[in-house]
Structure formats: C-alpha cells, structure tokens
Design a protein around this ligand. Structure first.
Ligand SMILES: Nc1ncnc2c1ncn2[C@@H]1O[C@H](COP(=O)(O)OP(=O)(O)OP(=O)(O)O)[C@@H](O)[C@H]1O
Length: 706
C-alpha cells in the first residue's frame, strides 16, 4: 500500500464517520430544541396561577435546563469511539447517550455496560470486538481516526485499519491550562478503577502521571450515571489541594455531561469560607497535627476574652454576687451538657438559679422565687451581663482568639518554635488553608449559632425579654457559617490524599460519615511531614469502612528522560516509592545550569525563553516559597508577555498540575524548605511532559542523587 493510498483510505474513513457524527448532532439539535420548548412550556404553566402549576413548572424547567446544560457541556467531541463487533454490529460510544427519533440508541454512553468492552477488550482477550476505533474530533468535525485491530482472525478482508494507536497520539499533544477528559483512551487498569462498585472506600494509588486524577474524575461521572438518584440527591464532593488545581480540573466533569458535582479545594471545604494561602511549614505542620484537637476543645470552652468576670445584683436586702469562681463553675456546668451554643438558652436560667441560692433576706424570700426570676430577667443590667458573658458564638470569633490563648491552653502540646510560628501566622488575621479545619473543628465543638428567628414561645417564659433584646443585637453582629447538618455527602472523592493532615482528615471525615469514598494519592509525593499520624487520622475518618485498592502503573505524563531523573529524587524523599513506567521517549534530556548568584536571573530568563520557543503549550517556573516574591518581580515582564502560557508557582502549588515545559529555580532551596522538601522536589520534577530545565546557584541535590 503506498502512502498516498493509505492517506486516501484514512480520508475516506474520516468522511464516513463524519456522516454518522453529523446525524448524531442533528438528533442532538432536535433534542436540545425539545428541551428548550419544555422550558418555555414550563414557564407558561407557571402562569396558570395555581400552586400545582408552579411546582410542575419548577420540576419541568429544572429537568429540561439540566438536560440543556449536559448537552452543551458534552457537545464537543461527543462521539469518540466505535466498536466493530463479531456479530456484525457497529456500536458508537460517546460522552453521553443519544437516541434517534425511534428511540433506538445511536450513541452509547461511555459509562453504560454496553460501552465497558470499549475499554476492556485487548488483543489477547478481544471479548467479541474485532476493531476498536477512536474518532479524534474538533468540535463537530472528525479530524482523524485511530484503530486497534483486536481480532485479526475474524476480521473481514476489507476491514480498514488506520493509524498508530490513539493513546500515543493523545499523549503527545500540547498541554493547555485545563485538564482534558481522556474518555476516548482510558486504559484497562484505569477502567477497572473507574467502574469499581461504590462500596466503602476505593483507593487509587500509583506514581506521578499515571492518571489517578483523571481516573477519579471519570469515576465520579460513572457513579452518578450508575446510581443517579443516590449520588445526585446526596451529593458528590470532590476535594483537591488548591484552587489552582480545582481550576485545572473543573472542565473534565462537565465535558462528560456531569454538572452536579461539588468541587472544593482544601481551603473551601467549609461552606462560606475560602482560604488560598498556605502557612509556612512549621505553622502548617502544627495546625495540621492532631494535637490541635485538644487545644481547640479547650479554646472553645474558655471564656471569651473580655467577657465579664463577676456580677453583682442588689435585691431587696441582699447583695448577690457571682464571683469569677462561681461563673467558672456555671460555665463548666453548662458546657458539660454539650456544645456551647446549644447551652445558649440555658445560661440565663443557670445564672438566675445561682443568684437565687444566695437570697437570704426575709423580704425577698417571702416574695418567692417566681417574682425573683421575673425581676432579675427583666433587669437591663442582668440582660446585658448575660449578653456579654454567654453570647451566641461564631466559630470564626473563637478562631480569632486562638493567638491569645495558645500560650496558656496550648502549653506542653507545642514547642516554643511552634508557638512562635502559630502566633505569627494568626497575626495575619485571615484564615490560611491550614486554618480551615480548625474553624471546622470549632463549628462542631461550639455548635450552630442558635436561630432566634424562631417563635420564642417554646423558650423559658421568664427569658422572653432577654431573648428579644438579644436577638436584635445579634442579627447584625453575628453571621453563622452554614448549618453543620448540611455538611454530609453521599460520596467523597479526595485527590492528592497523601498531603492531608490529621486535622484535614477530621474535616473530611465529618462530610463522609455516611458516604462511600474514592481516595487518590501517592505517598512519595507527600508534603505532610508525619505520615503515620495522618494514617491514623485517615483510618478514623473512614470509621472502619472496607477498602478496595487499585494501583495504576503507567506514567502517561512525563517523558522517560524526565522521569528517570525524578525517580532518583523520589528514593531520597521516601523509602520504596511507588515508581511508574514512563512510556514515551522524546530524546530531550533534562538540562541543568549552575551559575553564580549574580547570573541567576539572566540564566532563568534564558532558559524560560528557550523552553517557550520549543514547546507549543504551557510552561511553569517553579521556585521555593521563599524565593517566589522576588522572582515575581524579576520575571514580571516575561509572565505578562506570555500570560496564558507561562506561570510562576511554588512547589506545593504545582501538585496535580502539568505543563509542557518546566524550569525549576534553585532546586536546593526547595529541598531545604521543609522536612518534606525532597518529596516536593519530586512533585516539581514530575510536572513536565516534554522539557525540564533546572537553574541554581548550588547543585547539592544532584550530587546527592548520582
Ligand atoms: N488513558 C489515558 N489516555 C490519555 N491520556 C491519559 C490517560 N491517562 C492519563 N492520561 C494523561 O496523563 C496525564 C496525567 O494524568 P493525571 O494528572 O490524572 O495523573 P496523576 O496520577 O493524578 O498524577 P500526579 O500524581 O502527578 O498528580 C494527564 O495529562 C492525563 O490526561
């Protein structure tokens, strides 16, 4: 066969597939129009005026709008696969299922059982598949086909086979700023993890670039497809390390037709809060440690700073006094019943009770307790005392007191260095990513801010006036984070789980109490310094749920040249790292430059320029956290000129991401920065798909790995 004729044949195949795909888009268009019409009809029904009309309309508009969103999101490259089966059937596979006007299936949803064979058939075990074809599309256009002949013996003589394998073709494409669905080229071991039943906890391990993230996201889509009612109503929570990472992955699920998954970075897990900044390593490690649990418990129980420490009340012939020790006793008593905010209604009665017990004067005793209670609880001084002594507490407010109480309440649990680092981090005033679990812990220890908008009738009668005044004051002073009862999900998917601190595990555990889990990670990439403590917290979060482990073995991201270097760093960072097999050779070895301090910036600029010229897609410059700010200034013009392609990041923020080219500035500064520094460097070195250059003023790391 000549090249010309091979090309010609490929073109003919593309044209034939285009005809099929055109028909699918026509159907889709019709289906979209139908959904639009339903939305319009739904609105019309709302005008009928009776309540039933409104409910019907809402349901109709909701369903139809969802369908429109799914059709739009899955539109590009909708049909990506075709199977020619032994029995003569030709089966098309797509991001979502499509039927023709007779309700016959013309595209099978990739998650349907009928599509599983697309991913599982091999030449050794073709499972009834003669030819597997991947359609490469751009929008609605078929631009190429790639075939695998799985069963040559049973293939008809005129069966055409085109291309050299879809996987390698897709791996060589340039990377842009978001992750893509790999739905057309999912490999067998990946498919097994995607379709694993959703019982207990499914763990997906494997080295860098093995597809853990992309597999986990396809798994979320698969679970929604197989048990939509359960997972859509209960919710699927996907948690990743940073907002940069969440932006990177956010397109994958919509492109698979799923728009109902909650994506959160670790700094956004608590509703209503958003943190984007990491603490420096000592503070971060202290905040993540389970030693925080007891400290947080004590801080939540402590009197608020500035709370009054005594109360005096003149009644008839008596001077009634609540001294600090009395107040302390009442506080303990109230807290022994549970969460602080839950005792909000009980505080006034407890105080009045303690006061009544001091009443000794005859005139007063004669009047009796009921009158005493009436007089005290309607007295402004008492009301304002209670307001100050036991206000409804927002967890954030208690979080703000932590720097003031850490010395007294955290003594013994934290070293002097940790105490200093913690106080410095809290002096910034805004929560860091590592603070979010502490605030969440406080939410659970303190309880909801009592909702005083309810009818007051069921509260103790004698406290009515107190309640009223208090509520008015409170409504603008306090803003509660959302109810903890709404925290639970039906499935929790955690990516980069090796980095979770014990406190972060506790935070996620609360959201996954009744959930099934998917946990994705690679210990060798962990930036958490105390893996054993974290392991215990992970176990506690899963509460004994059975675990099913999957391991992915092939690195689809890095060239073999880059991964060979990174693997040498991995073995320093961790004992027995789970190394992956990199499948692609590019011929481009990593480059290393060691220069004097005065030449560093110039060399960085040269290396960045060189890589920008040689790759088509994205490039990252990665530095230690300490060097970041300086480099931001020094490289500002380059970054601006190449915005959209060039980014400057610290090591931790590169987690889970990938770029065509990476320039590492001062690798030794990254290894020195924390006890997990070597593992962070391993992460950084495994981000590049094609070109990697390191530039430093020292070269200790390379001396260590040779
Ligand atoms: N079956 C596949 N077909 C095509 N590309 C794939 C496949 N599996 C993975 N990839 C690609 O490999 C790259 C790495 O995938 P992913 O980020 O999911 O790996 P990871 O295991 O999570 O990596 P890390 O541990 O470094 O975060 C991505 O570009 C992904 O699209």
């Amino acid at each position: 066969m000549t090249t010309h004729s091979a090309e010609h044949i490929a073109q003919q195949e593309v044209a034939a597939e285009q005809a099929y795909v055109d028909n699918v888009y026509e159907r889709l268009e019709a289906s979209g129009q139908m959904a639009q019409a339903l939305v319009a009809e739904g609105y019309a029904r709302g005008h009928i005026g009776h309540e039933g009309g409104l409910v019907e309309r809402d349901a109709m508009v909701f369903q139809a709008s969802k369908r429109i969103a799914a059709l739009n999101a899955a539109h590009d490259g909708l049909v990506f696969g075709r199977l020619n089966l032994l029995d003569g059937e030709s089966r098309y596979i797509g991001r979502i299922g499509v039927r023709d006007e007779n309700r016959d299936v013309i595209v099978v949803d990739w998650r349907a059982p009928a599509a599983a064979v697309f991913y599982q058939a091999t030449a050794q075990d073709p499972a009834g598949v003669i030819r597997r074809r991947v359609l490469r599309c751009s929008g609605e256009k078929v631009i190429g086909v790639e075939d695998d002949l799985l069963d040559a013996e049973n293939a008809a003589d005129d069966l055409v086979i085109v291309g050299e394998g879809a996987l390698l073709a897709s791996l060589s494409r340039a990377r842009d700023s978001s992750m893509h669905s790999v739905v057309a080229t999912i490999q067998k071991e990946q498919d097994e993890a995607i379709r694993a039943p959703s019982r207990g906890a499914t763990t997906i391990g494997g080295g860098p670039g093995t597809g853990k993230t992309v597999v986990a996201l396809h798994r979320a889509a698969y679970l929604l497809y197989t048990d939509r009612r359960r997972f859509e109503s209960g919710g699927v929570l996907v948690v990743g390390p940073s907002s940069v990472f969440m932006n990177y992955i956010e397109r994958v699920l919509p492109s698979l037709g799923e728009t109902s998954v909650t994506l959160r970075s670790l700094g956004e897990v608590v509703d209503g809060l958003r943190a984007d900044r990491h603490d420096e390593p000592v503070a971060a490690a202290a905040k993540g440690s389970s030693r925080m649990t007891a400290f947080i418990g004590r801080a939540a129980a402590a009197p608020l700073p500035g709370a009054p420490t005594e109360f005096r009340f003149f009644y008839k012939d008596d001077v009634l006094r609540l001294e600090a020790s009395d107040l302390d006793r009442i506080r303990r008593h109230l807290l022994s019943g549970g969460k602080r905010n839950r005792a909000y209604d009980k505080a006034p009665a407890a105080l009045v009770d303690a006061l009544w017990r001091q009443v000794a004067g005859e005139r007063a005793l004669e009047k009796g307790e009921a009158e005493f209670v009436e007089i005290v609880t309607t007295d402004d001084r008492f009301v304002s005392f209670v307001e100050d002594w036991w206000p409804p507490v927002d967890p954030i407010e208690v979080w703000r007191t932590l720097p003031d109480v850490i010395d007294s309440l955290g003594r013994g649990a934290f070293s002097a260095e940790e105490l200093k680092a913690l106080k410095a981090s809290w002096a910034i005033g805004e929560p860091s990513i590592e603070d979010i679990p502490l605030i969440d812990e406080l939410r659970y220890v303190i309880g909801e801010i009592p909702d005083t908008n309810d009818n007051d009738d069921d509260g103790p009668k004698q406290l009515m006036s107190f309640e009223r005044q208090e509520r008015e004051a409170r409504d603008d002073r306090y803003r509660a984070t959302r109810s903890i009862e709404d925290d639970g999900f039906a499935h929790v998917l955690v990516d980069e789980a090796q980095d979770l601190s014990p406190m972060q595990w506790r935070m996620l555990g609360r959201r996954g109490r009744h959930a099934s889990w998917t946990i994705v990670g690679d210990q060798a990439q962990s930036s958490w310094p105390h893996p054993r403590e974290s392991e215990a917290a992970r176990k506690a979060a899963l509460e004994g749920k059975p675990e099913h482990a999957f391991r992915l073995s092939t690195n689809y991201r890095n060239s073999a040249e880059i991964y060979d270097l990174a693997a040498k760093v991995a073995v320093i960072g961790v004992k027995d790292p789970d190394l992956a097999d990199a499948v692609r050779r590019t011929g481009d070895l990593p480059q290393h430059h060691v220069v004097s301090a005065s030449e560093l910036t110039a060399q960085l600029r040269t290396s960045i320029g060189d890589i920008l010229e040689r790759v088509e897609g994205t490039v990252a410059v990665v530095a230690s956290r300490a060097d970041l700010e300086r480099l931001e200034g020094e490289l500002a013009d380059l970054i601006e000129e190449n915005s959209g392609r060039l980014r400057l990041l610290d090591g931790l923020d590169t987690k889970g991401l990938e770029f065509d080219g990476v320039v590492v500035a001062e690798p030794d500064a990254i290894t020195d920065e924390s006890t997990a520094g070597w593992r962070t460097l391993y992460v950084v070195l495994t981000r590049a798909t094609q070109l990697l250059t390191t530039v430093g003023t020292t070269d200790r790391w390379r001396e260590r790995i040779v």
